[in-house]
Design a protein around this ligand. Structure first.
Ligand code: GMT
Length: 386
């Protein structure tokens, strides 16, 4: 198949997932055309069957803000026509799904089919914004197929947009041959020279991630034992995080390692991943951690309970319950047998439900179904992974 994949290029789960999907599909013989505002951050080196079409903005004095969406739609239309795309798969509704609809109007008679994947805040945050509501609804209604990365997100979408639109659940995935626990003892020694346990948090430091909770949990754990915290990523709450680390007096044990393209090594040297988000439609980082045998302590919000099974491969608390998170982290650190059980169960769960091999096939089947006109998603759902 000839497949266009439109996504954001910057660090973020939707771009990461879209890029990994494109790479996997290319290995399965499909011709992949990325359409993005830059080089998707996980694209890596040159690959056969993979093309990149960057959306380049023209500057005219008359524009206060250059019309990115129109340029994107024209670029999509150009790629559809030039390469005779079968499928245009867009990741994140705003603006991609709406632009795909517009692009289709620019290619009358062309059989391209638009698939939209909902990722999270495109619905749970942006669809609450009345200045975007109708555009989001239009993008979803006009897509030939719509997928969501969790049941929770599909339910949120129907409720918030008041739509009965069929939504297929296709969970996120990781390449389990790439994400696994590696021997990084030398690296680990640099951060924890006396064998201290390492906690880790990886995010874009936006307020929904509740990075201050990560630091408070760490400070609480640190009161009774020596430990280290790795903070990976950057974003609006980074200055607040730095302030809180100083304010709570834990700066000697906290490392701000910034944005990282590869998180294998960081996860492989960590003992617990903290994910105290306020909203999280899936939590891609949770399956990356589980694949690397790092148990997760997270909040039971959105799609996280579909990923992390409380008491089996991680622990879940309500949002903001710092004390419970401290206790769960200590429970895992105090009991190596329990830690090992959780680590193995997490890896097994990823291999069973969230592997690239399994999920990429689902996207492929969806594309095939859409092209053959036999796609009927009427309420179809992946059976619960729990
Ligand atoms: O919504 C965001 O935070 C952005 C988005 C992204 O591009 O990173 O993240 C969402 O999509 C990820 C990939 O499907 C999910 O793993 C994240 O849970 C989801 N984020 C939220 O729901 C907050």
């Amino acid at each position: 198949m000839k497949i266009g994949i439109a996504c954001y290029s910057s660090v973020g789960g939707s771009g990461a997932l879209a890029t990994e999907l494109g790479k996997s599909l290319s290995l399965r013989g499909h011709e992949i055309h990325f359409i993005s505002d830059g080089t998707p951050f996980r694209l890596g080196e040159f690959r056969e069957n993979v093309y990149l079409h960057e959306v380049e903005m023209q500057k005219y004095d008359v524009f206060r803000n250059p019309p990115f969406e129109l340029t994107l739609a024209c670029k999509m239309a150009d790629v559809i026509k030039t390469y005779s795309l079968d499928i245009l798969h867009v990741h994140y509704v705003v603006p991609f799904a709406v632009c795909a609809f517009l692009a289709k109007q620019m290619c009358p008679g062309h059989p391209v089919q638009v698939v939209t994947t909902l990722h999270g805040t495109d619905i749970t945050v942006l669809a609450h914004d009345w200045s975007l509501f109708d555009a989001i609804r239009l993008g979803i209604e006009k897509s030939d197929a719509v997928t969501a990365v969790s049941m929770s997100l599909a339910d949120d979408t129907r409720r918030i947009l008041n739509t009965t639109r069929d939504i297929e659940i296709i969970y996120n995935f990781v390449d389990t041959s790439h994400y696994y626990r590696r021997d990084v003892s030398q690296l680990r020694e640099q951060y924890a020279p006396d064998g201290e346990p390492i906690l880790v948090h990886i995010s874009n430091f936006r307020s929904v991630k509740r990075v201050p909770d990560v630091i408070r949990v760490f400070a609480g754990v640190r009161k009774t034992r020596r430990a280290k915290l790795l903070l990976v990523g950057e974003g609006p709450e980074l200055p607040l995080a730095r302030f809180l680390v100083r304010d709570l007096g834990v700066e000697e044990d906290v490392f701000f390692v910034g944005k990282q393209q590869e998180v294998n090594s960081v996860l492989s040297m960590s003992d617990v991943l903290l994910l105290p988000s306020e909203k999280e439609s899936f939590g891609l980082v949770a399956i990356e951690a589980m694949a690397c045998k790092t148990p997760v302590v997270a909040t039971a919000v959105g799609g996280i309970p579909e990923v992390v099974v409380h008491g089996k491969n991680g622990f879940l608390t309500e949002v903001g319950n710092i004390q419970a998170m401290i206790e769960y982290v200590n429970l895992l650190l105090d009991d190596p047998v329990l830690h090992r059980e959780f680590a193995d169960a997490g890896r097994m769960r990823v291999e069973t439900y969230f592997s690239a091999a399994r999920q990429v096939l689902k996207y492929e089947q969806l594309y095939q179904g859409v092209l053959e006109g036999r796609y009927r998603a009427a309420g179809r759902r992946e059976s619960s992974a729990n």
